[in-house]
Design a protein around this ligand. Structure first.
Ligand SMILES: [Zn+2]
Length: 353
């Protein structure tokens, strides 16, 4: 009898550990950093002579065109000349241009959204996204996007994975140090990518582009996805500190005429936008003592309480990108000559581990 009881002891201990672990993981937890709060950021309307444009995306993945807002305003204000760039095949299939309100795609009539199809599919709900295209005469247009993580604990998407899943090819990747002009240097990661579009006649159009990114939270900046992951794991488990992370990406078309032009463009543009990011980091840091209590799963309380930016709302299917995710995609919209090309910016890592 006693021997039998002794045999049962390891099993009982194991059971007790399982129960204790469950109680431990299921306990309410208070975290700091306000990952559901307002993001005090507004993308500047002007940066060093660049004028900002809002970009809207067609929600139909067979079309997936991108438009500058001013282009849509021109459409509704009866200016057919601005529609020259739309491929004739699309024009044939669409209703009269002038009757279409700005909220629908002039090409196919589907609703337009500030969130691209790729972002809607890849990112959790309530992911705030801030994006503008910056345009200046004589320069390739620069698309600047900042995606913020919330409290969500789903899998992390490396930017590289997102880019490829949206139909881009990465041909080179390297770190690059940008002189911020005040004695400091910011290390960013630069990818040479090839955006693959479907052309008007079904042919493949390949557009080379530069895609640069880095990551920040109120305390840290890094160009390394792995470092960000480690910082998050340590802050979350040892400090209960779970602030928002921001993922900045800057992209523009690369010219084959001048192989060094991308450096000049980054050297100029990054220091222009950097103070905007410093400002939002300071303001987010001021929210660090705001607490959130997690009772069960953090995804249940993954909301965005702020009003700035655009926010993803589409339900994700099983947390994975759809196999028929939009193939044509471009971090930078095409230049003025053909601004109706698809332009789905790659999505960002927006999750907590
Ligand atoms: Zn469309």
């Amino acid at each position: 009898m006693r021997a039998q009881a002794a045999k049962a002891i390891p099993g009982l201990i194991a059971l007790a550990l399982v129960v204790a672990t469950g109680v431990y993981l299921g306990r309410p937890r208070t975290i700091y950093g306000n990952p559901t709060g307002e993001i005090p950021l507004e993308m500047p309307a002007e940066l060093g002579g660049y004028q900002a444009e809002r970009i809207l995306f067609c929600s139909n993945d067979q079309c997936s065109r991108a438009y500058r807002e001013s282009q849509l305003a021109a459409t509704t204000n009866a200016a057919p000349a601005s529609l020259d760039a739309i491929p004739s095949a699309s024009l044939d299939a669409s209703p009269p241009q002038l009757a279409i309100p700005a909220a629908t795609c002039p090409s196919c009539g589907s609703p337009l959204s500030a969130i691209s199809i790729g972002e809607a599919k890849l990112l959790p709900d309530n992911t705030p996204i801030f994006r503008r295209e910056y345009i200046r005469e004589g320069q390739p247009a620069v698309q600047a996007t900042i995606v913020f993580s919330g409290i969500e604990r789903r899998s992390i998407h490396r930017p590289q994975v997102c880019l490829v899943s949206q139909g881009n090819r990465i041909t080179n990747e390297h770190p690059y140090d940008v002189d911020l002009g005040d004695g400091r240097t910011l290390r960013i990661r630069v990818l040479d990518i090839q955006q693959v579009y479907g052309g008007e006649n079904g042919e493949k159009v390949i557009v080379p582009a530069t895609y640069a990114y880095w990551l920040f939270n109120p305390e840290r900046e890094t160009d390394s996805h792995l470092k960000r992951f480690l910082y998050m794991a340590i802050d979350n488990s040892l400090r209960n500190y779970r602030p928002r992370w921001g993922y900045v990406s800057i992209s523009f078309e690369r010219t084959s005429l001048d192989p060094e032009a991308w450096k000049r463009q980054l050297d100029e543009f990054v220091p222009l936008i950097y103070p905007v990011l410093t400002d939002v980091r300071e303001k987010l840091d001021a929210q660090r003592n705001i607490t959130t209590v997690i009772h069960h799963s953090s995804s249940e309380i993954n909301v965005y309480k702020g009003e700035t930016g655009d926010v993803t709302a589409n339900p994700r299917v099983s947390g994975q990108p759809s196999p028929d995710a939009p193939a044509p995609s471009a971090p930078a919209t095409r230049p003025e000559a053909n601004p109706t090309q698809p332009a789905n910016p790659p999505s960002a890592p927006a999750d907590q581990p």
